[in-house]
Design a binder for this molecule. Structure first.
Ligand code: CMP
Length: 232
């Protein structure tokens, strides 16, 4: 999901914004107007940026770093709905439907975010209605992913679910590798399983020659085999 937004410090704020998919369609004047009203904020790793059920008053765009969108159950168990990186945005739902925040958003790396307050966001939409198209495209992409996830949870066994999440994560990275910083615990939180089950499944997929596990990453060795298992 993450399209790269450049964080080259030599770029102007407007150039940087234009490299973010949500704003690519905008004219120089429109982008400059946003840079004038938005502000940048830094969130250290593990800080909570948004709390589920809080009222929503701003939209966030990830400039650098990484955040996770999570639901946390009464018993403290976490479900990771999505991992967002440079160029992705979040916090739009509450601004659109005036409902409380639908999930927690937590920084998984030190992250630099662009923050647009509610009234500024509304003003941007009025000044530059093309933003709405970018927003709808991103929401549509997100809904497709959520549909895939629901389908996977209902239709696949745990082997299939692990296979699917590995293919998806590799595609988000370089098409072939899943970086080791995605731990077995995180994989379990993405597919609604336990860390032990995920570790066992990954060992099994390795023994079957579908993946290769090293200290640095997981390599997809047999993509067609993995995709078949994942129902893709
Ligand atoms: P909001 O409800 O305002 O605050 C939490 C944000 O998390 C939400 O807006 C979305 O931007 C984001 N979010 C919620 N669900 C998902 C999902 N399934 N995938 C990606 N992002 C999500």
């Amino acid at each position: 999901m993450s399209d790269k937004a450049s964080s080259d410090p030599s770029q102007s704020a407007a150039e940087r914004l234009k490299s973010i998919p949500l704003f690519t369609q905008l004219s120089e004047v429109e982008v400059t107007r946003i840079t004038e009203v938005a502000r940048e904020r830094t969130y250290p790793k593990n800080s909570v940026i948004l709390f589920e059920d809080d009222p929503g008053d701003a939209l966030y765009v990830v400039l650098t770093g990484e955040v996770k969108v999570v639901l946390i159950g009464e018993d403290g168990r976490e479900v990771i709905l999505s991992i967002l990186r440079s160029g992705d945005f979040f916090g739009e739902m509450s601004l659109i439907d005036d409902q409380p925040r639908s999930a927690h958003v937590i920084a998984t790396e030190d992250s630099n975010l662009l923050v647009l307050r509610r009234d500024e966001f509304r003003q941007c939409l009025e000044d530059a209605p093309r933003i709405a198209l970018g927003l709808l495209q991103a929401l549509s992409r997100r809904l497709r992913r959520a549909d895939d996830k629901i389908g996977g949870l209902v239709l696949l066994d745990v082997n299939g679910r692990v296979a699917r999440v590995l293919v998806e994560l590799a595609d988000e990275h370089d098409g072939e590798h899943v970086p080791r910083k995605i731990t077995h615990h995180m994989l379990a939180q993405m597919i609604g399983s336990s860390r032990e089950t995920v570790s066992r499944t990954i060992r099994d997929l390795g023994e079957r020659g579908l993946i290769k596990v090293s200290r640095k990453d997981i390599t997809i060795v047999d993509r067609p085999g993995l995709e078949e298992l994942a129902g893709l």
